[in-house]
Design a binder for this molecule. Structure first.
Ligand SMILES: C[S@@+](CC[C@H](N)C(=O)[O-])C[C@H]1O[C@@H](n2cnc3c(N)ncnc32)[C@H](O)[C@@H]1O
Length: 215
């Protein structure tokens, strides 16, 4: 078995606490959930990467033929599988995987999703290229990503350049990159996607919701 990465260990250790925490901005979450449902079709084969404890995948499952939902952290997938048993759904598969562990043979998915993940990925350009290869021609990539606030002031600078690096050095924070929402969109377009919906969710941090089609 491959050794677990630092980020996988970080998220696994926090998985029970993450599952117990209520969603910070429930209205924003429900809004993007409904937007996402509006793009799904009953015959779709879907993949969610970085699914955490699987709540979103379980809510989306009734709207697609099958959803595979994966996460780098075994602890998150353990909880997701417990929820799956409780829900009794038969069109959901949870598995431990990193973005690039997914086979791109035959570009298998109508829809790929990544919610609150892209800012945590170390090599975003190559992750986006891999995600594009997973999507069928004309298929969708739907994501929500924490970005740098528009008017990032001193408080944000202190968090980004002092507090987070200190926490990372002692293993209390994972890799994180706060891009501007424009920079994020630029990278997604450069990876070969066409933007069809974009919008912000303004919680404690700016979150950019994007629906893009494989160009
Ligand atoms: C902020 S949580 C978001 C979980 C869920 N998508 C949500 O919106 O509640 C980020 C998740 O991404 C996972 N993760 C971090 N880096 C990853 C990677 N490179 N590949 C796959 N999953 C990753 C973490 O284990 C964690 O469960």
């Amino acid at each position: 078995m491959a050794p677990i990465s630092n980020d996988a260990a970080f998220w696994s250790k926090r998985s029970r606490k993450y599952a117990a925490n209520p969603i910070g901005d429930m209205d924003g979450y429900l809004n993007t959930l409904e937007r996402t449902k509006s793009y799904l079709k009953p015959g779709d084969t879907a993949l969610e990467i970085g699914c955490g404890t699987g709540s979103t995948a379980l809510l989306l499952a009734p709207h697609v033929k099958h959803i595979t939902a994966t996460d780098i952290a075994p602890g998150m997938i353990e909880i997701a599988n417990e929820k799956l048993v409780e829900e009794g759904l038969n069109n959901v598969t949870f598995a431990v995987a990193e973005v690039k562990d997914h086979s791109t043979d035959d570009s298998p998915y109508d829809v790929v999703m990544a919610h609150n993940l892209l800012h945590l990925v170390t090599d975003l350009d190559s992750a986006l290229a891999h995600i594009r290869a997973l999507v069928k021609p004309g298929g969708l990539f739907i994501s929500k990503t924490v970005c740098a606030p528009y008017n990032a002031g001193l408080k944000f600078a202190l968090i980004r350049y002092i507090a987070i690096p200190i926490m990372q050095a002692i293993g209390k924070a994972p890799f994180v990159e706060f891009m501007s929402a424009n920079a994020l969109e630029g990278k997604i377009k450069a990876a070969g996607f066409k933007i069809i919906e974009t919008g912000d969710q303004n919680g404690m941090l700016l979150s950019r919701y994007l629906v893009v089609r494989k160009a």
